[in-house]
Write a protein that binds this ligand. Structure first.
Ligand SMILES: C[S@@+](CC[C@H](N)C(=O)[O-])C[C@H]1O[C@@H](n2cnc3c(N)ncnc32)[C@H](O)[C@@H]1O
Length: 251
């Protein structure tokens, strides 16, 4: 794919140097094989129908579409949906269906997906509601993958202000998340929810998910034949606290 054409699409839809534009350019300048190697490791291949839940600018949807038959790419923000649509059209991707909507309230039938992929999104939602929706739309025997933030990443962002942009201050956002977390209230509804892995595991089990595995970002290996040496986007721990973790569970 041509970076120039992709950058033109990004510039058409997004304000230059905004958080959205910076994030989108970052993901599309990443080697696409990094995403497919990650997917192979967790066994997200040869599935009939996969949901990319909270697909952002669609880079994981693209990788999923190379390895599986059909991909439903669902994203909340219209600008991100529009960028994804134009990039998929540019690349002649006919097996990705893009929709705008919320993962808390999925407009899909019960038992219709073989797999659900949800990277760095669930903490922005009513996570228990989202998990119950995942359970509903997943077929029996289907698999869900979730990558989620722990408390370590909020502390890291507070200290190091990771990837700041003109319109987004990661440090301030992390501060709000931590205040919200420790105040046990919804003082800052726009901030993200910190969910400890043990709590996530309990909720998944309560909903009926089985064989739940939790480990650091990029660490879970389902396909033993796949390359185990994949790119980790985030460290598992920061100052001994859970930073970013991934989850695999089966219905
Ligand atoms: C950190 S980005 C991750 C995007 C993508 N999964 C990735 O790995 O690049 C979080 C995304 O979740 C989307 N999002 C937030 N709440 C959502 C919801 N309720 N339903 C669907 N998407 C949502 C945001 O708009 C944003 O694009």
């Amino acid at each position: 794919m041509s970076n120039l054409e992709i950058n033109n699409i990004i510039d058409q839809h997004l304000t230059p140097h905004s958080m959205n534009a910076d994030f989108c350019k970052r993901v599309y300048s990443t080697d696409p094989s990094i995403y497919s190697q990650r997917l192979r490791k967790i066994g997200f291949v040869n599935k009939e129908r996969v949901l990319d839940a909270g697909s952002g600018f669609g880079q994981w949807s693209l990788a999923l579409s190379e390895l599986n038959k059909q991909v439903a790419s669902l994203e909340y923000l219209e600008a991100r949906v529009n960028v994804s649509k134009d990039i998929f059209t540019l690349l002649n991707k006919e097996n990705i269906e893009v929709r705008q909507g919320s993962i808390e309230n999925l407009k899909y039938d019960d038992n219709c997906f073989d797999a659900i992929f949800c990277y760095s999104v669930i903490y922005l939602t009513d996570w228990k509601k989202t998990l119950s929706e995942f359970y509903r739309v997943l077929k029996k025997g289907g698999v869900v993958y979730i990558c989620n933030n722990g408390i370590g990443i909020a502390l890291y962002n507070l200290l190091f202000n990771r990837n700041p942009s003109k319109d987004f201050n990661q440090r301030l956002y992390a501060f709000r998340n931590l205040v919200r977390h420790f105040s046990f209230s919804k003082i800052f509804p726009m901030a993200s929810v910190i969910v400890f892995p043990s709590k996530m595991k309990r909720e998944l089990a309560r909903l009926g998910f089985e064989n739940i595995i939790i480990d650091g970002d990029g660490q879970i290996q389902i396909d033993k034949e796949a390359n185990s040496n994949v790119t980790q986007f985030y460290k598992h721990k920061f100052l001994g606290l859970t930073n970013v973790y991934e989850v695999i569970a089966y219905k």
